[in-house]
Design a protein around this ligand. Structure first.
Ligand SMILES: [Zn+2]
Length: 499
């Protein structure tokens, strides 16, 4: 992270200084993302989350003497795609370095990372308020294994994760509030998912966030920086920043010399809502970085770069703009439907098949996403449902033709989700075909009018809306299968025919 103050956006979008008693937050984010490769960074081992411990290992990733690393081309390709998607500059020449430290989950005694020559520099993400969070760099590195401490007196080590490919993206300290941190992470995750670089699944450890927090007075140098770890959701990231800012400011405001903010790493305890000291923060020289002698430098030529650029596909911002301009969606709908690549693909296919993007957007949001959210499943789970884009398109078509009314169509969709059967078959099976046969409808309407003199008088006096009170009983008589619009028309005609 550079030590120059962040360029801040317009005063209109800057956070309220009163919120932090005149102190200015200085926040930087370091995000590790696991690349979505089939195999590890320097060997042919696969990685699968949840596999039996130490079953996905070989001589290289367990650091047996004489074993040599070989760079995985796919990992480099995905890392480059991530950099391009974030508007960064890809270095034509970069190299790997050894980051030396001892821990039981790191059998080599060093991690292969990139120190002074990362493969990627610059880039960034512009937030909705117009403020840009600049990226300092992105580098490629291998993950460590996993030490499991909660087994009584023992510590167990699982090396399945050792040497899994990661990219670490580091921002400038441009983030000005917990909310901006959350938004930045949402955007970053979306971009990396669209680029196909990472699943960014925090629960499976494929996205991890560390935060640097300090504060300063306007015009004064930055105070001591504290690193926060153990942040297992974006909500916890913003909560931890909020608490840490309050803690640091309270110490500075107290003017009590026995209380100090020290440069250290703190863990966030989400339950207690506090940060706790973990250890003093290492400086880069503590790791004694030196060039990795077992690997060649990374040279990226124009052809490789062009190949990765071509593989990128449409990124979320461009997709949102196109959903609005080409498909006529609102900004809000476009935002919801591009929130995951799986969802946007599902929507686009359904919209194309049914020919009405607006209807597809409404049905997906009002019925399908609402259902997923009630089950606490992410929007991307739409791809796992028993209803396909073609299935929903068929249902929308039936509703358009007037075969089904809206409540009937909802009932059919629920049955489709449960059984996986097609819309037309379920309409038959559930006997939901809308009744537009005027003979039957007229009979029910006549019955509904009996004794309703007040309604009849109101309608005759010009208050046509009064007829609404009689539509319900007719719908009920038809067991929900009547077309409410046709019912209204018949009722109004019948009233007018009355003497
Ligand atoms: Zn291996």
């Amino acid at each position: 992270m550079s030590t120059t103050p962040a360029t801040v956006g317009s005063a209109a979008t800057a956070p309220d200084p009163a919120r932090w008693k005149g102190w200015i937050p200085v926040i930087g984010l370091e995000v590790h993302c696991q690349l979505k490769t089939r195999t590890k960074l320097f060997c042919g081992c696969e990685y699968r989350f949840g596999a039996e411990p130490n079953t996905l290992t070989c001589a290289v990733c367990t650091a047996q003497p004489g074993a040599l690393p070989v760079l995985n081309r796919e990992a480099l390709a995905l890392a480059v795609r991530a950099g391009l998607a974030l508007g960064a500059e890809i270095a034509p020449w970069s190299k790997f370095d050894r980051k030396n430290y001892f821990y039981c989950d790191l059998p080599k005694g060093y991690q292969i990372s990139q120190f002074d020559r990362p493969y990627c520099k610059g880039g960034g993400i512009t937030l909705a308020n117009g403020h840009r969070i600049r990226l300092t760099r992105i580098h490629l590195e291998e993950d460590a294994g996993k030490a499991i401490h909660d087994r009584g007196a023992q510590t167990l080590v699982d090396l399945n994760r050792a040497s899994v490919p990661l990219i670490e993206s580091v921002t400038e300290a441009d983030v000005r509030s917990p909310e901006e941190a959350h938004e930045y992470l949402d955007r970053l995750k979306e971009i990396l998912q669209y680029a196909g670089a990472s699943d960014c699944d925090m629960e499976k450890g494929s996205l991890r966030v560390d935060v640097n927090v300090s504060v300063h007075r306007p015009g004064e140098p930055w105070r001591k920086r504290v690193e926060l770890k153990n942040l297992n959701s974006f909500r916890n990231v913003s909560a931890a920043i909020e608490h840490e800012l309050a803690r640091q400011i309270a110490i500075y405001e107290s003017n009590d010399p026995s209380q100090q903010v020290v440069q250290e790493t703190r863990l966030f305890d989400a339950q207690a809502g506090v940060t706790r000291s973990m250890r003093g923060k290492e400086e880069a020289h503590d790791y004694r970085y030196f060039p990795e002698p077992d690997l060649l430098p990374i040279e990226i030529d124009a052809a490789f770069l062009a190949e990765q650029r071509a593989a990128l596909g449409e990124l979320p911002e461009a997709k949102r703009a196109r959903f609005q301009s080409e498909l006529g969606l609102s900004e809000y709908d476009a935002g919801v439907l591009t929130s995951s690549p799986a969802l946007s693909r599902w929507f686009e296919e359904c919209a194309r098949l049914c020919g009405s993007p607006k209807d597809a957007a409404n049905w997906i949001q009002n019925e399908i996403l609402r259902g997923l959210s009630a089950e606490q499943r992410p929007a991307s789970a739409i791809a796992e449902l028993r209803v396909t884009p073609a299935g929903l398109a068929e249902l929308i078509g039936l509703a358009h033709k007037g075969t089904l009314n809206v409540p009937g169509a909802r009932q059919v969709l629920r049955a489709m989700l449960e059984t996986g059967k097609g819309a037309a078959a379920l309409v038959q099976e559930l006997g939901l075909e809308q009744v537009s046969d005027t003979g039957a409808l007229e009979q029910w309407c006549r019955e509904a009018l009996v004794g309703k003199d007040k309604v009849i008088a109101d309608v005759k006096a010009g208050k046509e809306k009064a007829i609404g009170a009689l539509v319900g009983p007719v719908m009920k008589a038809s067991k929900g299968k009547a077309n409410p619009q046709v019912v209204t028309e018949i009722l109004l005609r019948l009233v007018k025919e009355l003497p």
